[in-house]
Design a protein around this ligand. Sequence first.
Ligand code: FAD
Length: 547
Amino acid sequence: MGGSINTDLLLLFIDITKAKAFKHISQKNMASNNFPSQSHLLVIIIFITTLLTPITTNNTSPQPWNILSNDNFAGKLTSASSSVEAAAIDFGHVTKILPSAVLNPSSVQDIIDLIKLSFDSQSSFPIAARGHGHSFRGQAAAKDGVVVNMRSMVNEDRGIKVSRTGLYADVDTAWLWIEVLNKTLELGLTPVSWTDYLYLTIGGTLSNGGISGQTSRYGPQISNVLELDVITGKGEIATCSNDTNSDLFYAALGGLGQFGIITRARIKLELAPKRAKWLRFLYTDFSEFTRDQERLISETDGLHFLEGSVMLDHGPPDNWRSTYYPPSDHLRIVSMIKRYRVIYCLEVAKYYDETSQHSVNEEIEKLSESLNYVRGFVYEKDVTYIDFLNRVRTGELNLKSKGQWDVPHPWLNLFVPKSQISRFDYGVFKGIILRNNITTGPLLVYPMKRIMWNDQMSTAIPEEDVFYAVGFLRSAEFDNWEAYDKENMEVLKFCEDAKMDVIQYLPYHASQEGWVRHFGPMWNTFVERKYRYDPKMILSPGQNIFR
Ligand code: FAD
Protein backbone atom coordinates (compact mmCIF):
# COMPACT_ATOMS: atom_id res chain seq x y z
CA MET A 1 0.00 0.00 0.00
CA GLY A 2 1.34 3.46 -0.82
CA GLY A 3 0.66 5.04 2.60
CA SER A 4 1.87 8.59 3.56
CA ILE A 5 0.89 11.32 6.05
CA ASN A 6 -1.64 12.62 3.55
CA THR A 7 -3.20 9.24 2.96
CA ASP A 8 -3.44 8.61 6.70
CA LEU A 9 -5.30 11.89 7.05
CA LEU A 10 -7.58 10.92 4.21
CA LEU A 11 -8.30 7.54 5.79
CA LEU A 12 -9.18 9.30 9.02
CA PHE A 13 -11.45 11.63 7.09
CA ILE A 14 -13.21 8.69 5.45
CA ASP A 15 -13.76 7.02 8.81
CA ILE A 16 -15.13 10.20 10.37
CA THR A 17 -17.41 10.79 7.39
CA LYS A 18 -18.71 7.24 7.59
CA ALA A 19 -19.22 7.43 11.33
CA LYS A 20 -21.16 10.69 10.96
CA ALA A 21 -23.24 9.28 8.16
CA PHE A 22 -24.09 6.18 10.20
CA LYS A 23 -25.05 8.34 13.17
CA HIS A 24 -27.26 10.30 10.81
CA ILE A 25 -28.81 7.09 9.45
CA SER A 26 -29.55 5.85 12.96
CA GLN A 27 -31.13 9.15 14.01
CA LYS A 28 -33.18 9.28 10.82
CA ASN A 29 -34.35 5.73 11.38
CA MET A 30 -35.41 6.46 14.90
CA ALA A 31 -37.44 9.37 13.64
CA SER A 32 -39.06 7.62 10.71
CA ASN A 33 -39.05 4.52 8.53
CA ASN A 34 -38.05 6.48 5.50
CA PHE A 35 -36.24 3.79 3.51
CA PRO A 36 -35.42 5.73 0.34
CA SER A 37 -33.61 8.49 2.26
CA GLN A 38 -31.63 5.84 4.14
CA SER A 39 -30.58 4.31 0.85
CA HIS A 40 -29.59 7.73 -0.46
CA LEU A 41 -27.27 8.17 2.49
CA LEU A 42 -25.76 4.79 1.81
CA VAL A 43 -25.13 5.81 -1.79
CA ILE A 44 -23.41 8.99 -0.52
CA ILE A 45 -21.14 6.93 1.72
CA ILE A 46 -20.26 4.58 -1.11
CA PHE A 47 -19.65 7.57 -3.37
CA ILE A 48 -17.30 9.25 -0.87
CA THR A 49 -15.43 6.02 -0.24
CA THR A 50 -15.07 5.32 -3.94
CA LEU A 51 -13.81 8.84 -4.58
CA LEU A 52 -11.26 8.86 -1.81
CA THR A 53 -10.04 5.30 -1.41
CA PRO A 54 -7.98 5.09 -4.65
CA ILE A 55 -5.67 7.87 -3.37
CA THR A 56 -4.52 5.56 -0.60
CA THR A 57 -3.66 2.60 -2.81
CA ASN A 58 -1.21 1.44 -5.45
CA ASN A 59 -1.44 2.72 -8.98
CA THR A 60 -1.58 -0.82 -10.32
CA SER A 61 -5.06 -2.21 -10.76
CA PRO A 62 -4.93 -5.97 -11.10
CA GLN A 63 -8.08 -7.41 -12.57
CA PRO A 64 -8.99 -11.07 -12.91
CA TRP A 65 -7.84 -11.03 -16.53
CA ASN A 66 -4.42 -9.57 -15.76
CA ILE A 67 -3.66 -11.52 -12.59
CA LEU A 68 -3.90 -14.79 -14.49
CA SER A 69 -0.15 -14.63 -15.00
CA ASN A 70 0.53 -13.87 -11.31
CA ASP A 71 3.00 -16.47 -10.04
CA ASN A 72 1.15 -16.83 -6.71
CA PHE A 73 -1.78 -18.36 -8.55
CA ALA A 74 0.06 -20.45 -11.13
CA GLY A 75 -2.01 -23.48 -12.01
CA LYS A 76 -4.77 -22.38 -9.65
CA LEU A 77 -6.44 -19.47 -11.38
CA THR A 78 -8.14 -20.28 -14.65
CA SER A 79 -10.30 -18.55 -17.20
CA ALA A 80 -10.94 -21.77 -19.13
CA SER A 81 -14.47 -21.65 -20.46
CA SER A 82 -15.41 -24.99 -18.87
CA SER A 83 -14.49 -23.58 -15.43
CA VAL A 84 -16.14 -20.18 -15.76
CA GLU A 85 -19.26 -21.72 -17.34
CA ALA A 86 -19.56 -24.18 -14.45
CA ALA A 87 -19.15 -21.37 -11.91
CA ALA A 88 -21.81 -19.29 -13.68
CA ILE A 89 -24.64 -21.70 -12.93
CA ASP A 90 -26.13 -22.93 -9.66
CA PHE A 91 -28.77 -25.40 -8.49
CA GLY A 92 -31.50 -22.88 -9.29
CA HIS A 93 -30.70 -23.00 -13.04
CA VAL A 94 -32.46 -19.69 -13.57
CA THR A 95 -29.39 -17.43 -13.72
CA LYS A 96 -26.12 -17.55 -15.63
CA ILE A 97 -23.56 -15.09 -14.27
CA LEU A 98 -20.09 -15.43 -15.76
CA PRO A 99 -17.01 -14.69 -13.68
CA SER A 100 -13.76 -13.70 -15.39
CA ALA A 101 -11.85 -16.45 -13.66
CA VAL A 102 -12.08 -19.26 -11.15
CA LEU A 103 -9.57 -19.78 -8.35
CA ASN A 104 -8.98 -23.37 -7.28
CA PRO A 105 -7.16 -22.70 -4.01
CA SER A 106 -5.05 -25.38 -2.39
CA SER A 107 -4.59 -23.44 0.83
CA VAL A 108 -6.14 -20.69 2.93
CA GLN A 109 -3.16 -18.52 1.96
CA ASP A 110 -4.28 -18.63 -1.71
CA ILE A 111 -7.60 -17.06 -0.72
CA ILE A 112 -5.89 -14.46 1.46
CA ASP A 113 -3.57 -13.56 -1.44
CA LEU A 114 -6.48 -13.19 -3.85
CA ILE A 115 -8.55 -10.97 -1.56
CA LYS A 116 -5.51 -8.85 -0.66
CA LEU A 117 -4.77 -8.36 -4.32
CA SER A 118 -8.25 -7.09 -4.93
CA PHE A 119 -8.39 -4.99 -1.76
CA ASP A 120 -5.02 -3.33 -2.36
CA SER A 121 -5.73 -2.52 -5.98
CA GLN A 122 -7.03 0.76 -7.33
CA SER A 123 -10.19 -0.76 -8.69
CA SER A 124 -10.91 -3.89 -6.74
CA PHE A 125 -12.62 -6.86 -8.38
CA PRO A 126 -15.48 -8.92 -6.93
CA ILE A 127 -14.83 -12.29 -5.30
CA ALA A 128 -17.32 -14.98 -4.29
CA ALA A 129 -16.76 -18.17 -2.37
CA ARG A 130 -18.59 -21.04 -4.01
CA GLY A 131 -19.30 -24.02 -1.80
CA HIS A 132 -21.36 -26.62 -3.63
CA GLY A 133 -23.23 -24.07 -5.75
CA HIS A 134 -26.61 -25.11 -4.32
CA SER A 135 -27.96 -21.57 -4.30
CA PHE A 136 -30.95 -20.70 -6.44
CA ARG A 137 -30.31 -17.19 -7.77
CA GLY A 138 -26.62 -16.70 -8.46
CA GLN A 139 -25.79 -15.98 -4.80
CA ALA A 140 -22.37 -17.65 -5.21
CA ALA A 141 -21.62 -15.86 -8.49
CA ALA A 142 -19.12 -13.05 -9.16
CA LYS A 143 -19.91 -11.20 -12.36
CA ASP A 144 -16.63 -10.29 -14.10
CA GLY A 145 -14.77 -11.23 -10.93
CA VAL A 146 -13.28 -14.37 -9.42
CA VAL A 147 -15.22 -17.31 -8.05
CA VAL A 148 -13.29 -19.23 -5.40
CA ASN A 149 -14.03 -22.91 -5.85
CA MET A 150 -13.90 -23.87 -2.16
CA ARG A 151 -14.23 -27.57 -2.92
CA SER A 152 -10.71 -27.61 -4.40
CA MET A 153 -9.44 -27.20 -0.81
CA VAL A 154 -10.88 -30.52 0.30
CA ASN A 155 -8.11 -32.74 1.53
CA GLU A 156 -9.07 -36.01 3.15
CA ASP A 157 -5.96 -35.96 5.33
CA ARG A 158 -6.38 -32.60 6.95
CA GLY A 159 -9.96 -31.45 6.64
CA ILE A 160 -11.33 -32.45 10.03
CA LYS A 161 -9.97 -32.73 13.56
CA VAL A 162 -12.25 -34.19 16.19
CA SER A 163 -11.86 -33.48 19.89
CA ARG A 164 -13.55 -36.29 21.80
CA THR A 165 -13.05 -34.58 25.12
CA GLY A 166 -14.17 -31.15 23.91
CA LEU A 167 -17.02 -32.71 21.89
CA TYR A 168 -16.33 -30.60 18.83
CA ALA A 169 -14.84 -30.93 15.35
CA ASP A 170 -12.64 -28.38 13.57
CA VAL A 171 -13.72 -28.62 9.96
CA ASP A 172 -12.60 -27.04 6.68
CA THR A 173 -15.72 -25.28 5.50
CA ALA A 174 -15.33 -26.67 1.99
CA TRP A 175 -16.44 -30.02 3.32
CA LEU A 176 -19.94 -31.31 2.75
CA TRP A 177 -22.06 -32.12 5.79
CA ILE A 178 -22.29 -35.76 4.66
CA GLU A 179 -18.47 -35.96 4.72
CA VAL A 180 -18.37 -34.52 8.24
CA LEU A 181 -21.06 -36.96 9.35
CA ASN A 182 -19.19 -39.96 7.96
CA LYS A 183 -15.96 -38.90 9.70
CA THR A 184 -17.51 -38.16 13.09
CA LEU A 185 -19.57 -41.36 13.07
CA GLU A 186 -16.32 -43.33 12.83
CA LEU A 187 -15.68 -42.03 16.36
CA GLY A 188 -19.25 -42.51 17.54
CA LEU A 189 -19.96 -38.76 17.45
CA THR A 190 -22.22 -36.50 15.41
CA PRO A 191 -23.11 -32.85 14.86
CA VAL A 192 -26.58 -32.15 16.25
CA SER A 193 -28.21 -29.69 13.86
CA TRP A 194 -28.79 -30.53 10.21
CA THR A 195 -30.21 -29.52 6.89
CA ASP A 196 -32.58 -31.99 5.21
CA TYR A 197 -30.03 -32.53 2.47
CA LEU A 198 -26.41 -33.20 3.38
CA TYR A 199 -24.58 -32.46 0.11
CA LEU A 200 -24.10 -28.80 1.02
CA THR A 201 -20.86 -27.27 2.28
CA ILE A 202 -20.33 -26.17 5.86
CA GLY A 203 -19.48 -22.66 4.59
CA GLY A 204 -22.61 -22.47 2.41
CA THR A 205 -25.10 -23.37 5.12
CA LEU A 206 -23.35 -21.34 7.85
CA SER A 207 -23.68 -18.33 5.55
CA ASN A 208 -27.45 -18.79 5.59
CA GLY A 209 -28.52 -20.52 8.79
CA GLY A 210 -28.88 -24.24 8.19
CA ILE A 211 -32.35 -25.35 9.24
CA SER A 212 -34.27 -28.59 9.40
CA GLY A 213 -36.47 -30.61 11.73
CA GLN A 214 -33.72 -30.50 14.39
CA THR A 215 -33.84 -26.68 14.61
CA SER A 216 -36.70 -26.58 17.11
CA ARG A 217 -34.71 -28.66 19.57
CA TYR A 218 -31.07 -27.72 18.86
CA GLY A 219 -31.30 -24.42 17.03
CA PRO A 220 -30.07 -23.84 13.46
CA GLN A 221 -26.58 -24.92 12.44
CA ILE A 222 -25.29 -21.40 13.10
CA SER A 223 -26.28 -21.82 16.76
CA ASN A 224 -24.10 -24.90 17.00
CA VAL A 225 -20.76 -23.39 16.06
CA LEU A 226 -18.13 -22.53 18.68
CA GLU A 227 -15.45 -20.79 16.63
CA LEU A 228 -14.64 -19.69 13.08
CA ASP A 229 -11.64 -18.66 11.00
CA VAL A 230 -12.72 -15.87 8.67
CA ILE A 231 -10.80 -14.03 5.92
CA THR A 232 -12.32 -10.57 5.74
CA GLY A 233 -12.73 -8.43 2.64
CA LYS A 234 -9.43 -6.76 3.56
CA GLY A 235 -7.60 -10.07 3.20
CA GLU A 236 -7.03 -10.38 6.94
CA ILE A 237 -7.65 -13.71 8.64
CA ALA A 238 -9.09 -13.79 12.16
CA THR A 239 -10.16 -16.48 14.56
CA CYS A 240 -13.43 -15.50 16.15
CA SER A 241 -15.90 -16.85 18.69
CA ASN A 242 -18.34 -15.63 21.29
CA ASP A 243 -15.34 -14.47 23.36
CA THR A 244 -12.84 -13.32 20.72
CA ASN A 245 -13.71 -10.98 17.84
CA SER A 246 -17.32 -11.70 18.65
CA ASP A 247 -18.69 -9.08 16.26
CA LEU A 248 -17.05 -10.80 13.28
CA PHE A 249 -18.17 -14.21 14.58
CA TYR A 250 -21.83 -13.23 14.71
CA ALA A 251 -21.61 -11.18 11.52
CA ALA A 252 -20.32 -14.16 9.54
CA LEU A 253 -22.98 -16.57 10.90
CA GLY A 254 -25.89 -16.15 8.50
CA GLY A 255 -23.91 -13.30 6.87
CA LEU A 256 -24.62 -14.36 3.26
CA GLY A 257 -20.87 -14.29 2.60
CA GLN A 258 -20.78 -10.49 3.02
CA PHE A 259 -18.19 -10.12 5.75
CA GLY A 260 -15.60 -12.74 4.99
CA ILE A 261 -14.85 -16.17 3.66
CA ILE A 262 -15.17 -18.72 6.46
CA THR A 263 -12.39 -21.27 6.16
CA ARG A 264 -12.73 -23.24 9.40
CA ALA A 265 -15.64 -23.91 11.73
CA ARG A 266 -15.61 -25.56 15.14
CA ILE A 267 -18.82 -27.56 15.26
CA LYS A 268 -20.46 -28.96 18.39
CA LEU A 269 -20.75 -32.74 18.60
CA GLU A 270 -22.71 -35.22 20.68
CA LEU A 271 -22.61 -38.97 21.09
CA ALA A 272 -24.25 -40.41 17.99
CA PRO A 273 -27.45 -42.38 18.42
CA LYS A 274 -27.74 -45.65 16.49
CA ARG A 275 -31.25 -45.57 15.09
CA ALA A 276 -34.33 -43.42 14.58
CA LYS A 277 -38.06 -44.07 14.86
CA TRP A 278 -39.40 -41.99 12.00
CA LEU A 279 -43.14 -41.29 11.95
CA ARG A 280 -45.68 -39.46 9.85
CA PHE A 281 -49.21 -38.51 10.90
CA LEU A 282 -51.78 -37.14 8.47
CA TYR A 283 -54.18 -34.28 9.31
CA THR A 284 -57.09 -32.74 7.48
CA ASP A 285 -57.42 -29.79 9.84
CA PHE A 286 -54.70 -27.14 9.75
CA SER A 287 -55.31 -25.81 13.25
CA GLU A 288 -55.10 -29.31 14.78
CA PHE A 289 -51.91 -29.86 12.80
CA THR A 290 -50.20 -26.64 13.93
CA ARG A 291 -51.47 -26.97 17.51
CA ASP A 292 -49.84 -30.41 17.75
CA GLN A 293 -46.63 -29.13 16.12
CA GLU A 294 -46.40 -26.19 18.52
CA ARG A 295 -47.09 -28.32 21.57
CA LEU A 296 -44.43 -30.83 20.55
CA ILE A 297 -41.70 -28.22 20.04
CA SER A 298 -42.50 -26.72 23.44
CA GLU A 299 -41.65 -30.02 25.15
CA THR A 300 -37.95 -29.75 25.90
CA ASP A 301 -37.08 -33.40 26.26
CA GLY A 302 -39.28 -34.74 23.52
CA LEU A 303 -38.54 -35.41 19.89
CA HIS A 304 -35.24 -35.00 18.05
CA PHE A 305 -36.81 -33.91 14.78
CA LEU A 306 -40.09 -32.27 13.80
CA GLU A 307 -41.20 -31.07 10.40
CA GLY A 308 -44.43 -30.90 8.46
CA SER A 309 -45.65 -30.67 4.90
CA VAL A 310 -48.66 -29.87 2.78
CA MET A 311 -50.05 -32.56 0.49
CA LEU A 312 -51.98 -31.68 -2.67
CA ASP A 313 -53.76 -33.72 -5.30
CA HIS A 314 -50.81 -34.39 -7.60
CA GLY A 315 -50.67 -38.15 -7.95
CA PRO A 316 -48.93 -40.53 -5.52
CA PRO A 317 -48.34 -39.10 -2.03
CA ASP A 318 -44.53 -39.48 -2.13
CA ASN A 319 -42.25 -36.89 -3.66
CA TRP A 320 -38.57 -36.71 -4.59
CA ARG A 321 -37.49 -35.81 -1.03
CA SER A 322 -38.54 -39.20 0.23
CA THR A 323 -40.42 -42.31 -0.74
CA TYR A 324 -42.15 -43.16 2.45
CA TYR A 325 -45.72 -44.38 2.24
CA PRO A 326 -46.42 -48.08 1.62
CA PRO A 327 -47.78 -48.49 -1.94
CA SER A 328 -50.75 -50.42 -0.53
CA ASP A 329 -51.89 -47.21 1.20
CA HIS A 330 -51.43 -44.79 -1.70
CA LEU A 331 -55.02 -45.09 -2.89
CA ARG A 332 -56.65 -44.24 0.42
CA ILE A 333 -54.23 -41.35 1.07
CA VAL A 334 -54.93 -39.93 -2.38
CA SER A 335 -58.67 -40.26 -1.89
CA MET A 336 -58.40 -38.34 1.40
CA ILE A 337 -56.45 -35.60 -0.42
CA LYS A 338 -59.08 -35.51 -3.18
CA ARG A 339 -61.82 -35.15 -0.61
CA TYR A 340 -60.17 -32.32 1.38
CA ARG A 341 -58.04 -30.86 -1.47
CA VAL A 342 -55.27 -29.96 1.01
CA ILE A 343 -54.05 -32.21 3.83
CA TYR A 344 -51.07 -31.96 6.15
CA CYS A 345 -48.38 -34.33 7.29
CA LEU A 346 -46.61 -34.11 10.64
CA GLU A 347 -43.20 -35.76 10.46
CA VAL A 348 -41.22 -36.57 13.58
CA ALA A 349 -38.25 -38.66 14.67
CA LYS A 350 -37.01 -40.01 17.94
CA TYR A 351 -33.43 -41.27 18.08
CA TYR A 352 -32.48 -44.25 20.17
CA ASP A 353 -29.71 -46.74 20.90
CA GLU A 354 -29.17 -49.82 23.06
CA THR A 355 -29.71 -47.87 26.28
CA SER A 356 -33.03 -46.32 25.26
CA GLN A 357 -34.32 -49.17 23.08
CA HIS A 358 -36.63 -50.52 25.78
CA SER A 359 -38.47 -47.21 26.31
CA VAL A 360 -38.69 -45.81 22.80
CA ASN A 361 -41.72 -47.85 21.68
CA GLU A 362 -43.63 -46.83 24.78
CA GLU A 363 -42.79 -43.16 24.16
CA ILE A 364 -43.90 -43.39 20.54
CA GLU A 365 -47.17 -45.01 21.59
CA LYS A 366 -47.83 -42.25 24.13
CA LEU A 367 -46.99 -39.64 21.53
CA SER A 368 -49.40 -41.12 18.98
CA GLU A 369 -52.19 -41.20 21.54
CA SER A 370 -51.71 -37.53 22.36
CA LEU A 371 -51.96 -36.29 18.76
CA ASN A 372 -55.07 -35.24 16.86
CA TYR A 373 -54.25 -36.75 13.45
CA VAL A 374 -56.79 -38.69 11.42
CA ARG A 375 -56.88 -42.09 13.12
CA GLY A 376 -55.58 -44.86 10.89
CA PHE A 377 -53.23 -42.52 9.05
CA VAL A 378 -50.02 -43.00 10.96
CA TYR A 379 -46.90 -44.43 9.35
CA GLU A 380 -43.75 -45.62 11.09
CA LYS A 381 -40.28 -46.57 9.95
CA ASP A 382 -37.34 -47.78 11.98
CA VAL A 383 -34.07 -46.79 10.28
CA THR A 384 -30.38 -46.30 11.06
CA TYR A 385 -29.37 -42.83 12.19
CA ILE A 386 -27.38 -42.19 9.02
CA ASP A 387 -30.20 -43.40 6.77
CA PHE A 388 -32.52 -41.00 8.53
CA LEU A 389 -30.22 -37.99 8.17
CA ASN A 390 -29.33 -38.85 4.57
CA ARG A 391 -32.94 -39.56 3.58
CA VAL A 392 -33.06 -37.06 0.69
CA ARG A 393 -30.12 -38.65 -1.13
CA THR A 394 -32.17 -41.53 -2.59
CA GLY A 395 -34.57 -39.03 -4.14
CA GLU A 396 -31.67 -37.03 -5.57
CA LEU A 397 -30.09 -40.09 -7.18
CA ASN A 398 -33.44 -41.13 -8.54
CA LEU A 399 -34.02 -37.72 -10.15
CA LYS A 400 -30.45 -37.67 -11.47
CA SER A 401 -30.98 -41.03 -13.15
CA LYS A 402 -33.99 -39.56 -14.97
CA GLY A 403 -32.20 -36.32 -15.89
CA GLN A 404 -34.55 -34.37 -13.62
CA TRP A 405 -32.05 -32.97 -11.09
CA ASP A 406 -30.31 -30.29 -13.14
CA VAL A 407 -33.49 -28.45 -13.99
CA PRO A 408 -34.75 -24.99 -12.93
CA HIS A 409 -35.64 -24.73 -9.25
CA PRO A 410 -37.67 -21.59 -8.58
CA TRP A 411 -37.73 -22.22 -4.83
CA LEU A 412 -39.20 -19.90 -2.26
CA ASN A 413 -38.40 -20.21 1.44
CA LEU A 414 -40.08 -18.10 4.09
CA PHE A 415 -40.25 -17.53 7.81
CA VAL A 416 -43.87 -16.86 8.79
CA PRO A 417 -44.71 -15.59 12.30
CA LYS A 418 -46.91 -18.00 14.28
CA SER A 419 -49.70 -15.42 14.56
CA GLN A 420 -49.98 -15.33 10.75
CA ILE A 421 -49.72 -19.01 9.87
CA SER A 422 -53.48 -19.66 9.70
CA ARG A 423 -53.98 -16.70 7.39
CA PHE A 424 -51.07 -18.00 5.35
CA ASP A 425 -52.70 -21.42 5.08
CA TYR A 426 -55.98 -19.91 4.01
CA GLY A 427 -54.56 -17.35 1.60
CA VAL A 428 -51.63 -19.27 0.15
CA PHE A 429 -52.00 -23.07 0.45
CA LYS A 430 -55.77 -23.08 0.12
CA GLY A 431 -55.85 -19.89 -1.95
CA ILE A 432 -53.08 -19.06 -4.41
CA ILE A 433 -51.64 -22.58 -4.67
CA LEU A 434 -54.97 -24.36 -5.23
CA ARG A 435 -56.20 -21.67 -7.61
CA ASN A 436 -53.11 -21.68 -9.83
CA ASN A 437 -52.79 -25.45 -9.60
CA ILE A 438 -49.22 -25.51 -10.90
CA THR A 439 -47.18 -26.22 -7.78
CA THR A 440 -45.91 -29.74 -7.40
CA GLY A 441 -43.12 -31.05 -5.21
CA PRO A 442 -42.49 -30.71 -1.51
CA LEU A 443 -44.26 -27.94 0.40
CA LEU A 444 -42.78 -27.73 3.87
CA VAL A 445 -44.31 -26.06 6.93
CA TYR A 446 -42.91 -26.47 10.42
CA PRO A 447 -42.35 -24.30 13.49
CA MET A 448 -39.20 -23.24 15.29
CA LYS A 449 -38.42 -21.22 18.39
CA ARG A 450 -36.78 -17.81 18.30
CA ILE A 451 -34.95 -18.53 21.53
CA MET A 452 -32.80 -21.09 19.72
CA TRP A 453 -31.33 -18.29 17.55
CA ASN A 454 -28.99 -15.52 18.63
CA ASP A 455 -29.97 -11.92 17.89
CA GLN A 456 -26.38 -10.94 17.12
CA MET A 457 -26.19 -13.37 14.19
CA SER A 458 -26.90 -11.98 10.73
CA THR A 459 -29.84 -14.18 9.67
CA ALA A 460 -33.06 -12.17 9.67
CA ILE A 461 -35.90 -13.90 11.53
CA PRO A 462 -39.38 -12.78 12.69
CA GLU A 463 -39.87 -11.09 16.06
CA GLU A 464 -42.35 -13.62 17.44
CA ASP A 465 -41.28 -16.36 19.86
CA VAL A 466 -42.43 -19.05 17.44
CA PHE A 467 -42.29 -18.81 13.66
CA TYR A 468 -42.77 -21.27 10.81
CA ALA A 469 -40.36 -22.27 8.07
CA VAL A 470 -42.31 -22.62 4.84
CA GLY A 471 -40.60 -24.04 1.75
CA PHE A 472 -41.88 -24.32 -1.81
CA LEU A 473 -39.30 -26.72 -3.26
CA ARG A 474 -40.30 -26.84 -6.89
CA SER A 475 -38.75 -28.49 -9.89
CA ALA A 476 -39.65 -26.86 -13.21
CA GLU A 477 -38.80 -27.07 -16.89
CA PHE A 478 -36.56 -24.63 -18.73
CA ASP A 479 -39.57 -23.28 -20.61
CA ASN A 480 -41.98 -22.90 -17.68
CA TRP A 481 -40.03 -21.91 -14.55
CA GLU A 482 -41.17 -18.32 -14.88
CA ALA A 483 -44.75 -19.35 -14.10
CA TYR A 484 -43.55 -20.63 -10.72
CA ASP A 485 -41.53 -17.51 -10.19
CA LYS A 486 -44.67 -15.49 -10.87
CA GLU A 487 -46.46 -17.55 -8.28
CA ASN A 488 -43.64 -16.81 -5.81
CA MET A 489 -44.18 -13.10 -6.44
CA GLU A 490 -47.92 -13.58 -5.90
CA VAL A 491 -47.26 -15.27 -2.54
CA LEU A 492 -44.88 -12.50 -1.47
CA LYS A 493 -47.34 -9.81 -2.56
CA PHE A 494 -50.16 -11.50 -0.64
CA CYS A 495 -48.00 -11.53 2.51
CA GLU A 496 -46.95 -7.93 2.02
CA ASP A 497 -50.51 -6.68 1.41
CA ALA A 498 -51.69 -8.56 4.48
CA LYS A 499 -48.79 -7.06 6.51
CA MET A 500 -47.75 -10.49 7.71
CA ASP A 501 -44.10 -9.62 8.47
CA VAL A 502 -42.93 -12.63 6.52
CA ILE A 503 -39.15 -12.84 5.97
CA GLN A 504 -37.43 -14.77 3.22
CA TYR A 505 -34.96 -17.49 4.17
CA LEU A 506 -32.19 -18.09 1.56
CA PRO A 507 -33.31 -14.64 0.48
CA TYR A 508 -33.40 -13.04 -2.94
CA HIS A 509 -34.27 -9.37 -3.36
CA ALA A 510 -34.09 -7.55 -6.66
CA SER A 511 -33.63 -4.10 -5.11
CA GLN A 512 -31.79 -2.62 -2.15
CA GLU A 513 -35.13 -1.46 -0.73
CA GLY A 514 -36.03 -5.14 -0.55
CA TRP A 515 -32.89 -5.81 1.51
CA VAL A 516 -33.56 -2.87 3.80
CA ARG A 517 -37.03 -4.28 4.49
CA HIS A 518 -35.62 -7.79 4.80
CA PHE A 519 -33.24 -6.84 7.62
CA GLY A 520 -35.56 -4.29 9.21
CA PRO A 521 -34.00 -3.03 12.45
CA MET A 522 -30.84 -5.08 11.73
CA TRP A 523 -30.06 -3.21 8.51
CA ASN A 524 -27.85 -0.53 10.07
CA THR A 525 -25.76 -3.15 11.86
CA PHE A 526 -25.49 -5.13 8.63
CA VAL A 527 -24.22 -2.04 6.74
CA GLU A 528 -21.82 -1.04 9.53
CA ARG A 529 -20.38 -4.55 9.56
CA LYS A 530 -19.99 -4.45 5.79
CA TYR A 531 -17.93 -1.28 6.06
CA ARG A 532 -15.92 -2.74 8.90
CA TYR A 533 -15.05 -6.07 7.27
CA ASP A 534 -15.45 -5.53 3.54
CA PRO A 535 -15.21 -1.78 2.94
CA LYS A 536 -14.58 -2.15 -0.76
CA MET A 537 -17.65 -4.37 -1.24
CA ILE A 538 -15.58 -7.17 -2.73
CA LEU A 539 -17.27 -10.26 -1.30
CA SER A 540 -20.31 -12.24 -2.44
CA PRO A 541 -21.62 -9.73 -4.98
CA GLY A 542 -24.12 -12.34 -6.21
CA GLN A 543 -26.31 -11.68 -3.18
CA ASN A 544 -27.04 -8.28 -4.77
CA ILE A 545 -27.12 -6.46 -1.45
CA PHE A 546 -24.46 -3.83 -2.11
CA ARG A 547 -23.85 -2.67 -5.63
P1 FAD B 1 -23.18 -21.95 -2.30
O1 FAD B 1 -24.42 -21.97 -3.11
O2 FAD B 1 -21.95 -22.37 -2.99
O3 FAD B 1 -22.99 -20.53 -1.62
C1 FAD B 1 -24.06 -19.87 -0.99
C2 FAD B 1 -23.62 -18.50 -0.45
O4 FAD B 1 -22.70 -18.69 0.59
C3 FAD B 1 -22.92 -17.63 -1.48
O5 FAD B 1 -23.21 -16.29 -1.22
C4 FAD B 1 -21.47 -17.90 -1.22
O6 FAD B 1 -20.63 -16.85 -1.64
C5 FAD B 1 -21.46 -18.07 0.28
N1 FAD B 1 -20.42 -18.98 0.75
C6 FAD B 1 -20.19 -20.25 0.36
N2 FAD B 1 -19.16 -20.75 1.05
C7 FAD B 1 -18.76 -19.78 1.90
C8 FAD B 1 -17.74 -19.68 2.88
N3 FAD B 1 -16.92 -20.70 3.13
N4 FAD B 1 -17.60 -18.52 3.55
C9 FAD B 1 -18.41 -17.48 3.31
N5 FAD B 1 -19.38 -17.51 2.39
C10 FAD B 1 -19.55 -18.64 1.70
N6 FAD B 1 -30.93 -25.06 3.50
C11 FAD B 1 -31.33 -25.28 4.76
O7 FAD B 1 -31.10 -24.44 5.64
N7 FAD B 1 -32.00 -26.42 5.10
C12 FAD B 1 -32.25 -27.40 4.20
O8 FAD B 1 -32.83 -28.42 4.55
C13 FAD B 1 -31.81 -27.22 2.87
N8 FAD B 1 -32.01 -28.17 1.94
C14 FAD B 1 -31.56 -27.97 0.68
C15 FAD B 1 -31.75 -28.98 -0.27
C16 FAD B 1 -31.29 -28.82 -1.55
C17 FAD B 1 -31.50 -29.91 -2.55
C18 FAD B 1 -30.66 -27.59 -1.92
C19 FAD B 1 -30.20 -27.38 -3.32
C20 FAD B 1 -30.49 -26.57 -1.00
C21 FAD B 1 -30.93 -26.75 0.31
N9 FAD B 1 -30.75 -25.76 1.27
C22 FAD B 1 -31.17 -25.99 2.56
C23 FAD B 1 -30.18 -24.47 0.94
C24 FAD B 1 -28.70 -24.45 1.19
O9 FAD B 1 -28.42 -24.51 2.57
C25 FAD B 1 -28.07 -23.15 0.69
O10 FAD B 1 -28.40 -22.96 -0.64
C26 FAD B 1 -26.56 -23.21 0.86
O11 FAD B 1 -26.01 -21.95 0.60
C27 FAD B 1 -25.98 -24.20 -0.09
O12 FAD B 1 -24.65 -24.49 0.27
P2 FAD B 1 -23.55 -24.45 -0.86
O13 FAD B 1 -22.35 -25.04 -0.25
O14 FAD B 1 -24.02 -25.05 -2.11
O15 FAD B 1 -23.41 -22.85 -0.99
